[in-house]
Design a protein around this ligand. Structure first.
Ligand SMILES: [Zn+2]
Length: 326
């Protein structure tokens, strides 16, 4: 089936509001980092592979960041059609192109995010990124559309926000090695094997949270303000000047792209680190004490205020999560 047919079938066109938006040609993956000034600063290695291995060995898990033989077996037994039916029952259209790894990982990610009461994506598609409007289609792993966007080459179809795409041209059968490589080059803040699905779902959860607080129009204006092509370089420089010295060592290099990436990178790590390593289930209080916790009103009102340059990273992220991007 052609992509446009899939979208015709699955996308409610009323989600298109505001001006038609062209993408800024960034997808999450092995992309060029736009901040030359940080090139000589490698990402923090306090959570090195070796540190992680040691910790996992202490927990008697001998596999790098989560992908056990049991999980590999479960993935190889995955009925992709049944996974799509599971998503369809929850009003999420999907097309995994028969990809068992992505189908299994997305279902598991949706269960985890659902248990944490985080919002879920609008739809999930596996597609050759050469069919999308992106500059580096061969390097991208995935993307979450954040604004109503004409994303498909040669089509005016407007893709609604919170729609996730994974690049079919990536070797997903090696998802654990991909996650390791991505982490090693600073593209991710965790080497957990599902880091990329977690990252894309984190974008959808973030946008969902913003829409719950501000409504769709205001949320999109806030996101657009940052992603708008004319404004982007200026906004990014300002963002890096104010927060780069905490974002880079505290999260990862890719988080320097924008406040939205900082949240997606960090939330993915928070969840990966908080899961039970055997069952992959999240404890109920996983988000308590993190920037993504829902604070009662009195705690929101009594929070300390800081100047931008002195704000501790968790408070920087709490502001970004709550839509205060500046
Ligand atoms: Zn991202």
């Amino acid at each position: 089936m052609k992509v446009t047919q899939i979208f015709n079938q699955s996308i409610n066109k009323h989600h298109c509001f505001g001006k038609k938006y062209r993408p800024r040609n960034d997808a999450d993956g092995f992309v060029c980092f736009s901040s030359a000034s940080y090139d000589n600063n490698p990402p923090d290695r306090s959570r090195t592979k070796f540190g992680m291995t040691t910790r996992l060995q202490e927990e008697k898990i001998s596999f790098q960041r989560g992908l056990t033989p049991e999980i590999a077996q479960a993935i190889s037994r995955t009925d992709v059609g049944a996974v799509s039916d599971w998503f369809a029952k929850r009003h999420m259209p999907t097309d995994f192109q028969g990809n068992q790894v992505l189908a299994w990982c997305c279902q598991k990610t949706a269960m985890i995010f659902g248990q944490l009461k985080l919002g879920l994506p609008k739809g999930i598609y596996v597609i050759d990124f050469k069919q999308l409007e992106y500059k580096n289609p061969s390097k991208a792993l995935g993307t979450c559309n954040l604004l109503p966007t004409s994303l498909i080459k040669g089509s005016d179809e407007v893709i609604p926000p919170k729609t996730i795409f994974f690049n079919s041209m990536q070797p997903w059968q090696n998802i654990d090695t991909m996650a390791d490589a991505h982490y090693a080059e600073g593209g991710s803040s965790t080497d957990f094997f599902m880091s990329n699905p977690f990252h894309e779902f984190a974008h959808a959860a973030h946008e969902d949270w913003l829409v719950r607080m501000f409504g769709e129009g205001k949320t999109q204006r806030r996101i657009e303000m940052f992603l708008d092509e004319e404004q982007f370089t200026k906004r990014q420089e300002e963002y890096q000047r104010k927060y780069g010295n905490r974002i880079l060592p505290g999260i990862c290099r890719y988080a320097l792209v924008s406040p939205l990436e900082a949240v997606a990178c960090d939330l993915a790590r928070v969840i990966a680190d908080g899961l039970n390593p055997v069952t992959l289930l999240p404890p109920k209080n996983l988000l308590v004490g993190t920037p993504y916790e829902r604070l009662p009103l009195w705690r929101r009102l009594t929070r300390s205020r800081y100047e931008d340059l002195k704000r501790p990273l968790p408070e920087v992220l709490r502001n970004f999560w709550n839509g205060e991007f500046e």
